[in-house]
Design a binder for this molecule. Sequence first.
Ligand code: PBG
Ligand code: ZN
Length: 322
Amino acid sequence: MIIRPRRLRKNAIVREMIAETRLSKDMFIYPYFVIKGKNIVQPITAMPGVSRFTVDALLVDVEKGLKSGINKILLFGVGEEKSEDAHSAHDSHTVVAEAVRELKAKFGDTIYVITDICLCAYTESGHCGLIKDDYVDNDSSLDVLARMALTHTQAGADMVAPSDMMDGRVAAIRALLDMNGYENTPIMSYSTKFASAYYGPFREAADSAPGKGDRKSYQMDSRNLREAVREAVIDEQEGADMVMVKPALAYLDVIRAVREAVSVPLACYNVSAEYTMVKTAAAAGLIDEQRIVMENMYAFARAGADVIITYHARDIVEKGWL
Ligand code: PBG
Ligand code: ZN
């Protein structure tokens, strides 16, 4: 007797019925780069289809996205003053704080605004923490990161997302938010973030490349799985409401392992080079963009991601790929 799994693949109806993994537009978060100025939409060469927006232009684009159901966005600030102590990171007049205020004023609770918390766009060195004796100093960075999270929360951010990889930052942010009466603002920690060449196009987009050296003394070594799980567990213990694996495509095993080790929701970040590789190959006519993108999204969900942060989100919902 031949055992026949093909019986349940016979036609689209039965395949749909038995699909083990499903996606919904509610799982997607769309990232934005925000710049100073008026009425500028500045295409990012390294990321075809993605632009930097001034706050006024951002409001217009977010409204478009809202119509098709993109109601969760992640904001990165670009072009702020860079200094040794990264003081502009927690200035209440940064483009990010401004964008949050205007988004919440215009769209209220129909939009969920998450802000990236990291110092690399605000330090002279381009590193994600402050420099002390030629080393990215952990503990002095915590206070600045926490103040940045507080400033964004005071501006109206619905959630803050620390991406710096300093030890103890989730606890530090939680403590400062609670002390100021923001005990209901959740933290999505980039808990498990690898030192990766897949961030290349983002660093052009955000002007956040380190001037010298690399990020290997704080971001994780891509060879390590046990340590990856440990980072997520530590952040859950420190009070992270959600954790994250980043990048996503080359780390599906990590997504699965973290999913099994923590009980908080898990996001994955489908990062800039993962996006750019698909977009450039598709533009060259070498691959079928829609099918490749959706295969990747299903892979993230099948591996265990509850939430997907991706630059493809707008295409997926607006072009009806779901
Ligand atoms: C900042 C930050 C980076 C990304 C998100 N937040 C870059 C980095 O750590 O160098 C990467 C996102 C992407 O590549 O899409 N810490
Ligand atoms: Zn950073």
